[in-house]
Design a protein around this ligand. Sequence first.
Ligand SMILES: Cc1ncc(C[n+]2csc(CCOP(=O)(O)OP(=O)(O)O)c2C)c(N)n1
Ligand SMILES: [Mg+2]
Length: 647
Amino acid sequence: MTELYVYVYSSSGFLKISINANGGMFWEKCMKVADFIINYLAGCGIREVFVVYGAANGDLIDAFTRTTAIRYVAVMHEQAGGFAAEGYAKVSGNFGVAIATSGPGGGNFVTPIQNCFYDSVPCLFITGQINSQFLRPDPCIRQIGFQETDIVGTVRGITKYAVMIRNPMNIKYELQKALYLMKDGRPGPVLIDIPLDVQKKDIDDVSLLMSFSPHSKDDVPDYDIECIDKQIDECCKDLGCAERPVMLIGGGVRIAQAVDELIMCADILNIPVFPTWNALDVVTSDLPYYGGRVGTYGGPGRNFGIQNSDLLIGIGTRISGRITGGNVKSFARGAKKYVVDVDKALLRREFQQVPCDVNIYCDAKVFLERMITRITKFPIRRDFSMWLRKVIDWREKYDPVKAEHFSRGDIVDPYVFFRILSEEMREQDILVGDCGGNIVASNHAFKTKRGQRNITNNGNSPMGFSFAASMGAWFAAEKNRTVVCTIGDGGFTMNSQEVQTFLNYGVGVKTFIIDNRIYGITKAFQEVNFNGRSEACGPKGYNPPDFVRLCGKGYGMRTFVIERNSHIRLIIREVLNTEGPVVCVVQCSEYHTYEPKIVGWKTPIEDMYPYLSREEFKANMIIDPLPGWEDPEMPKGGSEGSERESR
Ligand SMILES: Cc1ncc(C[n+]2csc(CCOP(=O)(O)OP(=O)(O)O)c2C)c(N)n1
Ligand SMILES: [Mg+2]
């Protein structure tokens, strides 16, 4: 009977070397499907895979025992495993992998798959499936096997490709196809579902497996370079006549690995550049042409720069509602708008929230390279330094972090916390943010440095994301980079079970819980929209645990507490300098004032609350304000009083 076997990669492919009970050694050219998958992933440079065990993925997990090139990280919840895979992908620039079992295991992947779909993250989700013989023969039957779920059908609408592998001989083809589609064009998640009996099957000769060829004519990008060059020339001509041009940069620029090209292009043009929330670490706060943050929670600059522009070049951004606000038509209304995207559907006018004048179907890198070449040769180049100065003045004058935030000695103000955190983090460090009020305060106050990563999930924004994703980021990051997780009390509670995974694997992330004891952002929303009534957001209805007891006494994690503004810097330094996993509870006593912000659906994004005096507002407008600007919409309900009191 065979006792032990390993796979060795030789010039003729994989060899299975087995040692039997008598010490005899044999080799053959066959490999189990499960081992083929795990070895294939190792060959793609994947070092960690996030898994939760279950009988239906048993052979996949067992395959890790026969290789040292790749290992599993056993997380406590599949959702956290999926988030960790996303963090791994975003930091490594490679893809992330998570494995779950059938039924409830795969079900827990739904949120991470949504995340990757909306934020264009390449991740491979693998689910074990029950034995083929127990699979329902027809969808009219709900279920035959225990924990049988049609996971492929479940995730079809939120994946780029999802397939169940029934024939072991298709494994290489399907894996290669899934990995190719995952990264092709606009990246996104893929899922492969493998019944247990298929995982177990031996492939007699791996070299006979069918491969997927990505070079069929459908797979070559169909950019029309001639048309793109014409559009670029039109843009160069417009730049020759524009007074107030700007660039709006989305997550697509990093995905296209075009950060250097963007910087080069911005250096040449010397016009204000604004990041969307997916590009805070592309257009960093220290760039000379950084214009501030824009949108409904626009930060430095209060949106005056983008709203007063007369030419807007959007690259790798779908110009979402978070940018435009509810009054979509008023967004950059004086500007001729160009948008560059790799997702054709987003360029169709009938689908565009903000109709763009020139829609350029192109990869951001290809576009920027061609733009650089053509603009350099273009006869008319203008000097926009006065305009840039104006935008920088707005940015500096309207910084959301104000002296009054520092003056409260008895609490921790999250705006002060995030500003100081950004001063203390180094160029190579990684910030992983969650959702809710804490990410708003972070995006208002945290100034990014070139080289840093500032990651969250913006398209789906699930609570509990950052704690799990920071684990993946930590595994992917070079060890001289500090990974910092920031998260609300509500978010942390949704994935706090992972504290144990951090301890089990020594995940040295520094986690700051922005503990305001409430669901801050939704409470602020309720107060405005429900006449001041607040339910299920705390203190009524929702009450989070004591995190020092939970993490410190309960799990045995090293913990710190920040209780007042004056302690912030010292304790942040101590946390950042502490080895291994650390949780720091930042006590923000019911804070839920996130300003500036947009009030109402009709307000254009240049008119942010708290409102400027009408004289000051008018003085900042180069284009005409919208009718009604003299009397802007005020927040309804009890928000004013309670928001102020809670500061
Ligand atoms: C999984 C999930 N459920 C619900 C929401 C809706 N939601 C968004 S932010 C938020 C409150 C977050 O509270 P907390 O984490 O404490 O952050 P805070 O706003 O207080 O900083 C809620 C309920 C969500 N984004 N994700
Ligand atoms: Mg909270």
